[in-house]
Every structure is written in structure tokens, then in C-alpha cells.
Ligand binder design. Structure first.
Ligand SMILES: Cc1cc2nc3c(=O)[nH]c(=O)nc-3n(C[C@H](O)[C@H](O)[C@H](O)COP(=O)(O)OP(=O)(O)OC[C@H]3O[C@@H](n4cnc5c(N)ncnc54)[C@H](O)[C@@H]3O)c2cc1C
Length: 389
């Protein structure tokens, strides 16, 4: 039975599973898939791996920069297919790309700010600059929208930033850091939240080891410390409303949920692909993996296509969160079953299976956590405004 199934897989068919995602990747970043595939998983996942260098050589930093500003102008639907495909070869690269691409996409949402944003996007695409996203500060149970990092207004103009961000992916390879900060008001009463854009070589930025987990080390998620870092006025972006997410922040969140979900779905898809290519389990078991994975991907694409028609606001944001948690649950089911179908020897004989299994779990650790937004989503479903901030 097993033998004939294997024969069927070796008769020269090209699998349709993941085919469309890899075709989209090939269209935008030709040869990336082949180049990543040449490197063993445990090598491409190490710190200092060549993934980001290859990505930049293929002009991948401009993936989401609009074509009129020198980028490749991928749409949300194309971007999630690309992220899923990359994650099947290198989970760490897909996560690093998530932080970069979500930051770039948020800058695109800020285009109305004027010349500075346009120049920044042109520099990112032209110079293949990588953008890190520092929101988390390693404080369990606190909102990423309530940062301790401070940007203090200076008498002669500009701001001085102090604080630390951890974990911050791309901490070594970044060229630009975008970071959430709190800005004390001039009269000393209260503070406003904002996003600072800081060149990575600015005086006062140092790095500390932070990431002790054995998975996703290639994403360089270490600690960044900022001490008296100076930025100009135009390098700070304020939201239009304080009480809840403004349109730009909501747009950035939407992009993040899509890209991060697609990336981890790709990690789970890599495990399922092993089941398919080795013909493990029976037909019904394999189909169940595809049902979960493709159902999850199609839901993500639904949100992505709604974004493409210009939909924004709290309705689609809630939809994206519900879909992200559905993806999270699909990944849980798929990875548990796929590892079982691959069997004990596959688990024992190479580190790849246990690595992918553990790496896929980390979607649960990206903001917002399921429990932390449960009350806000419940309230929204019952007719109240969505309270994420
Ligand atoms: C690979 C990887 C790379 C990352 N890179 C970056 C990066 O570059 N930049 C960045 O900003 N962040 C990054 N992060 C995200 C950052 O790590 C997370 O913010 C962090 O993991 C949150 O961990 P926590 O334990 O503080 O979780 P919390 O979100 O605080 O949650 C801890 C637990 O408490 C529960 N909980 C929290 N709030 C509530 C509530 N109100 N009610 C009930 N229960 C609640 C949660 O559900 C969970 O069970 C990255 C994460 C990963 C996994």
C-alpha cells in the first residue's frame, strides 16, 4: 500500500499543494525559493544565515513599496502567498520579513504625511534597506500600545529617545528602526503615543542578547537599547486619535495579522508537505490536513482581498483577528496530526520535524494574544466600539 503510494508520487507530477503560493513567490522574487531550498533547514535557521542577504540581492526589501516609489507593489493577497511560500523554506526569514513588510506597509498607510514618507519608501526600495519593528518591551500582560520607551521633546526641536525594545527581530540586520514611544506632553500632564523612525546607525543604539529559545533564532529577535537617541520632528508619527486605534494604526495591524498568520501557516504547511511527499497516513488523513490549511489560507485571502477593495476600519480589523485565531487553531490541529503521520522515526532521525512543530506554535505569541482581546471582540460583536488600545 505504502509502496504504490510512493510510486505515484515519483511519476513526475508537480504537486498542486503550495504550487500557487510558490508561483507568486517566483513571480516577485525569482530564484528565492530555489536558493533557500539548497540550504538545509537547520542552517537557514541559524543566526547569521544568508536568507536576508539573498532577499536583498533579489530586491525583496521593496516588495510592498508601491511601484511608483521604486518597489514591487505586491498586493495583500500576493504578499500572504509569498510569506506562506517563504516560511515553508525558512520560518525565521518569513518572520523577519513580517516585521519588515508590516513596517513598510504601515509607512505606505502614512503616505499622506508627505515628502518624508515618500523619500523613506524610495530609500527602502532603492537601497534595499531593512526595517525593524520595535513594539514589544518584554513586559508580560501589557499592551504593545502602552510603551515605556520615551521620546522627550527638545527645546531646539526634535526628540530624544530612551528605553529598550525586546524582542526586536532584525536587530542586527536592520537599517531603520520603527518603534512605539510615549511622548510626554510639554505641560507635564499625561503623554501621547507615537511611532519613531530611527536610522539603525544613530548614536546611542546598542544591542543585547535576549532570544534564548532554540527556534526562530535566524530572525535576530534580540534587545535594542536606545540611550539619548536624537531624532528630528518629522521622524515622529502621531495617531490622529488617542482613545482607540486611528485609521493608519488599524491599517498597520491588519497587515501584521495577515502577514504573521500566513507566515506561520507556511511553517505548518512545510510539515504537511512532508506528509504528502512521503505518502504518509491514509488519503482521508492527508485530505484533512489540506482541508485545515487551505480553509485557513482562503480565509486570510478573503481579508486580503477586502483590503484591496479599500476596506478599512474596525469591522475588517475584527475580521482579521478572528481569522488569525482560526489560522492559529488550524495550525495547532495540522501540526499535531502531521507529526503523528510522519511518525516517530522522522521525529527522532532529523531535527527538522520537531523544529517546524515548535516554530509553528509561536503564532500564539504575537500580539494581540487571544485572551487579551477576547473582551474587546466580545464587546464589538455585541455592538460596542472595538477597544484595542
Ligand atoms: C519569533 C518572534 C519574533 C518577535 N519579534 C517581535 C518584534 O520584532 N517586535 C515586536 O514588537 N514584537 C515581537 N514579537 C512579539 C513579542 O515577543 C510579544 O509581544 C511577546 O511574546 C508577548 O509575550 P508575553 O508573555 O508578554 O505575552 P502577553 O501578550 O502579555 O500574554 C501572556 C499571557 O497572558 C494572557 N493575557 C494577556 N493579556 C490578557 C488579558 N487582558 N486578559 C487575559 N489574559 C491575558 C495572554 O493570552 C497569554 O496567555 C515577536 C514574537 C515572536 C514569537
Amino acid at each position: 500500500m505504502n509502496r504504490s503510494r510512493k510510486k505515484q508520487f515519483s511519476e513526475g507530477y508537480v504537486m498542486n499543494f503550495l504550487k500557487r503560493d510558490r508561483e507568486t513567490l517566483e513571480k516577485f522574487l525569482p530564484t528565492l525559493d530555489a536558493k533557500l531550498q539548497e540550504i538545509p533547514l537547520m542552517e537557514i535557521e541559524k543566526p547569521g544565515n544568508p536568507g536576508l542577504t539573498i532577499l536583498r540581492e533579489l530586491e525583496g526589501a521593496g516588495l510592498l513599496v508601491p511601484a511608483e516609489h521604486g518597489g514591487k507593489g505586491a498586493t495583500p493577497a500576493e504578499a500572504i502567498q509569498i510569506h506562506r511560500a517563504v516560511a515553508t523554506r525558512s520560518p525565521s526569514l518569513a518572520i523577519a520579513m513580517t516585521m519588515h513588510n508590516f513596517s513598510v506597509a504601515t509607512l505606505v498607510e502614512y503616505l499622506f504625511y508627505g515628502d518624508y514618507t515618500v523619500e523613506l519608501l524610495q530609500q527602502i526600495a532603492g537601497g534595499q534597506l531593512l526595517v525593524a519593528s520595535g513594539f514589544a518591551e518584554g513586559r508580560t500582560g501589557t499592551s504593545i500600545l502602552d510603551p515605556l520607551m520615551k521620546a522627550t521633546p527638545q527645546d531646539g526641536g526634535g526628540y530624544r529617545i530612551n528605553g529598550s525594545k525586546k524582542p526586536c527581530s532584525l536587530s542586527n540586520s536592520m537599517h531603520i528602526l520603527t518603534a512605539s514611544v510615549s511622548v510626554p506632553s510639554n505641560n507635564g500632564n499625561g503623554s501621547r503615543r507615537a511611532v519613531a523612525v530611527v536610522p539603525a546607525d544613530a548614536e546611542g543604539i546598542t544591542r543585547k542578547p535576549f532570544w534564548s529559545s532554540t527556534v526562530l533564532r535566524g530572525a535576530e529577535s534580540e534587545e535594542l537599547c536606545l540611550t539619548d537617541v536624537q531624532i528630528a520632528d518629522e521622524q515622529l508619527f502621531f495617531p490622529e486619535v488617542e482613545e482607540s486605534l486611528d485609521a493608519v494604526e488599524a491599517g498597520g495591524f491588519l497587515w501584521f495579522e495577515l502577514l504573521v498568520s500566513a507566515s506561520y501557516l507556511g511553517v505548518a504547511s512545510a510539515l504537511a508537505e512532508k506528509v504528502f511527499t512521503h505518502g504518509r497516513g491514509d488519503i482521508a488523513e492527508r485530505m484533512q490536513l489540506a482541508i485545515d490549511l487551505e480553509g485557513a489560507m482562503t480565509s486570510l485571502e478573503g481579508v486580503a482581498r477586502a483590503m484591496q477593495t479599500g476596506e478599512r476600519g474596525e469591522g475588517i480589523l475584527v475580521q482579521s483577528l478572528l481569522v488569525r485565531f482560526a489560522v492559529q487553531q488550524a495550525i495547532e490541529r495540522v501540526t499535531v496530526r502531521a507529526t503523528e503521520l510522519l511518525g516517530g522515526m522522522a521525529f527522532i532521525k532529523t531535527p527538522d520535524v520537531s523544529y517546524l512543530y515548535a516554530a509553528a506554535r509561536a503564532l500564539a505569541f504575537h500580539p494581540p494574544s487571544r485572551l487579551s482581546v477576547a473582551s474587546a471582540i466580545d464587546g464589538y460583536l455585541m455592538g460596542k466600539p472595538m477597544q484595542v488600545a
